[in-house]
Design a protein around this ligand. Structure first.
Ligand SMILES: Cc1cc2nc3c(=O)[nH]c(=O)nc-3n(C[C@H](O)[C@H](O)[C@H](O)COP(=O)(O)OP(=O)(O)OC[C@H]3O[C@@H](n4cnc5c(N)ncnc54)[C@H](O)[C@@H]3O)c2cc1C
Length: 491
């Protein structure tokens, strides 16, 4: 079944939605709809209606109503996604999890919590801190993004290098399938028998159903942590230090890198104490038992010095540590000081190739006449080049898309991937055809079909619509939504 076009949504359907969630929770005014037309990526599209269910059962009823009428629907958490996942490209219904924000159970003995999907990431750790526990995945957006979005994107974060990303901290998910059924994948214990459907769902970008409850693993807060800034006069040296740390058998809790332009912008914005004249800085945090953490930190410092760090500075107080992390987390926000718009990429490469990849990004910047800053999770080779542009300047959007495409192609050519943590969504779907063979994509499409997908659950995401990396974003800038929807994939 294909998603119906915008013009056909009827009054009886709206009345049915109002009967399910209450009229106050069905939004239709142009102003309200505009709030749901975008996420953090470039693409935008207006929904025809937004509903805010108050329970899992209401989500299931809304999905059933959409199925009966053939309207597409997309789940939305906080809309901080960076790949167009929550953008309702075919119009239809946005199902917001804004009212599903309760922490239902904190089970300290079993170190887990049961939460609704609209719970904000940082609120989980805040709620369990009194028990000496935390929820490890900490995206820089953690003050806003929701656990439903984290599960859908299999989000990573600053402290995921040593401890794993969302999939490693999710025990179970209750979902509404695209057929409208409520089912559990996984549960309160690890390693459920049978196929790992939970693993499949985490990272499926809202295309295999809607999460209505999530059981997350809680982890004891580490006894001690040492946070340090290593300052370099060359990007090359900083990149070599990253490889050197891992090669020495040390996996820090966090290992982040930023270049000079980023550091300058962040420092002006967040006053984190970053040196503004360094070509690159590393933020490294080692944590663990109090007895061993200083020794590991000293080893890291030695590796940095061997790679020509001009300074390795340890945070002396909790306040200093927090300022360093606040600076790192405000990196995207700080870009507003440099440019009207930015376009963030999320490619991954083997970390040993960081120096040559950063040179390649500099060349792509030069070729396209756009400044590109780098702030990224260096420890796992997950790059976040920020392409700066001005949407009001003719040709800039196109140049940004071309530069983004070139970066992702360069990642694929180096044996990497088009996405480390932000997902594919609409933004990178056409790069999927570059990274994967038609047979690979066919298997993925069959998995999607096995979830009973009628083509209505977050359609047009992940799967390519053309054979050119970067094509769709460029096209979506210029076509009317109806035309763009009609060119969707067959998947
Ligand atoms: C400043 C900034 C910093 C960021 N830093 C990081 C980072 O460090 N690491 C990282 O991984 N990401 C990062 N992101 C990206 C983003 O915050 C994450 O992808 C986050 O998980 C999205 O959560 P959300 O609630 O905003 O989801 P949304 O943007 O609302 O949705 C994202 C996707 O999840 C789906 N979805 C939402 N709720 C559900 C649900 N209940 N069931 C099924 N599908 C659902 C949507 O359909 C969509 O496909 C950053 C974004 C910003 C703006």
């Amino acid at each position: 079944m294909c998603a119906k076009s915008k013009r056909l949504m009827d009054a009886a359907f709206i009345r049915r939605l109002e009967g399910i969630v209450g009229a106050a929770h069905v939004l239709r005014s142009p102003g309200d709809l505009r709030n749901y037309q975008y996420d953090g990526s470039i693409d935008q599209a207006l929904p025809e209606v937004v509903v805010l269910p108050g329970s899992a059962s209401e989500v299931a009823q809304v999905v059933a109503a959409c199925n009966d009428r053939g309207y597409s629907y997309v789940a939305r958490g906080a809309g901080t996604g960076l790949s167009g996942g929550a953008v309702p490209e075919t119009g239809g219904v946005v199902i917001s999890t804004g009212r599903l924000h309760r922490i239902l159970d904190i089970d300290v003995a079993n170190r887990l919590a049961v939460v609704e999907p609209g719970v904000v990431n940082a609120d989980i750790s805040a709620a369990v801190k009194q028990h000496g526990l935390c929820f490890i995945p900490d995206p820089s957006s953690q003050a806003a993004c929701t656990i439903g979005g984290n599960v859908a994107e299999n989000s990573g974060g600053l402290h995921c290098l040593a401890y794993g990303v969302t999939t490693n901290h999710t025990l179970g998910v209750e979902i509404v399938t695209p057929e409208g059924e409520l089912v559990w994948l996984g549960g309160r214990t690890v390693d459920m028998p049978g196929y790992d459907l939970l693993g499949l769902f985490v990272g499926s970008e809202g295309t295999l159903g809607i999460a209505t409850k999530v059981i997350v693993k809680l982890t004891p807060i580490q006894e001690a942590a040492r946070t340090m800034l290593a300052v370099f006069n060359s990007v090359e040296d900083a990149s070599q230090a990253v490889s050197g740390i891992i090669a020495a058998g040390i996996i820090p809790g966090a290992l982040e890198m930023m270049d000079r332009v980023s550091t300058q912008a962040i420092e002006e914005f967040a006053h984190a104490g970053f040196p503004t004249d360094a070509e690159a800085i590393l933020i490294i945090e080692v944590d663990g038992l109090r007895a061993s953490v200083d020794e590991v930190a000293a080893d890291v410092r030695d590796v940095c010095r061997r790679n020509h760090a001009r300074e390795v500075r340890f945070a002396q107080t909790q306040d200093e540590r927090e300022r360093i992390w606040k600076g790192r987390k405000s990196a995207f926000g700080a870009m507003g000081r440099l440019s009207r718009n930015f376009y963030v990429q999320d490619g991954v490469i083997p970390r040993s190739l960081l120096p040559e990849m950063l040179r390649e990004i500099a060349a792509i910047s030069e070729q396209n006449g756009l400044q590109i800053c780098n702030v990224f999770h260096a420890g796992d080779g997950n790059l976040h080049p920020l392409i700066l542009f001005d949407e009001k300047k003719p040709g800039d959007v196109e140049k940004a898309v071309v530069a983004g495409e070139a970066i992702l192609r360069a990642c694929i050519e180096r044996g990497g991937s088009v996405s480390g943590e932000h997902g594919v969504g609409t933004e990178k779907r056409d790069c999927m055809a570059v990274q994967f063979s038609p047979s690979d994509l066919d298997v993925m499409a069959r998995v999607k079909a096995a979830f009973g997908n009628r083509g209505l659950c977050n359609p047009h995401k992940i799967f390519p619509t053309s054979r050119r990396c970067g094509e769709s974003s460029r096209r979506m800038q210029h076509l009317a939504p109806e035309t763009a929807a009609a060119t969707g994939p067959a998947f």
